[in-house]
Design a protein around this ligand. Structure first.
Ligand SMILES: [Zn+2]
Length: 210
């Protein structure tokens, strides 16, 4: 399967330099785990970042910096909890996070939380939508980054299948439809709330809190 939608170069550069918040970094890391093309691009950005750092004139060191550094070398690293690899076939970057149970939020649509601390009004969750489901037309008050693991959906921006990355901002309004034939499962990093359009959308909004 060919991945046709990738994060923008700006997003990949932000990821490589560690300037993305954890929620959006997880969405990008999930895509990278599925996309060799973007992994290559990310490594290039890291090399560029490293080369730029090499050119930076270092600050003068504190007189006791060497002592501090030597003392830290002798200090063992705190033990980190070892997590067993996921047996559920989910992309590897999700293995570091607690996942909540699947909950129904509408006809044919389930939601589960991903344990990323909320920062900048960004929340991370997974969505599972049945084949043929048409999600209500909606727009965003912030960004909505989505990485698809299984199945596919389409909207005005094209078809989004396994590994595809959809980088929507607050200017985009769309009504995704899940393709027939397979359940669609994706990871979403959402800033703020989505704003559903139309009568049924407004009705649904009172039931779902996404
Ligand atoms: Zn990619």
């Amino acid at each position: 399967m060919t991945i046709t939608h990738h994060p923008t170069e700006t997003t990949l550069a932000s990821f490589a330099t560690g300037t993305l918040d954890e929620a959006r970094a997880l969405a990008v890391a999930t895509h990278l785990s599925l996309c060799p093309q973007c992994r290559t691009m990310q490594h290039k950005f890291e090399h560029v970042g490293g080369a730029l750092l090499d050119r930076v004139t270092p600050d003068a060191m504190a007189p006791d910096a060497l002592q501090h550094a030597l003392a830290r070398i002798g200090t063992p690293e705190p033990a980190r909890p070892v997590r067993a690899p996921r047996a559920d076939g989910l992309p590897e970057p999700l293995s570091a996070y607690e996942l909540g149970p699947w909950r129904w939020i509408g006809r044919g649509v389930q939601w589960r939380s991903v344990g990323v601390p909320i920062e900048n009004h960004l929340r991370v969750f997974m969505l599972k939508a049945a084949p043929g489901i048409h999600l209500p037309r909606h727009r965003h008050v912030g960004s909505e980054w989505t990485c698809v693991f299984e199945g596919a959906f389409t909207h005005e921006g094209g078809r989004f299948g396994h590994g595809d990355f959809d980088e929507a901002d607050e200017n985009i309004e769309h009504d995704p439809r899940v393709e027939e034939g397979a359940t669609c499962i994706c990871l979403v990093a959402l800033q703020g709330n989505i704003v559903l359009q139309g009568f049924f959308g407004k009705l649904l909004q009172s039931f779902i809190r996404i």
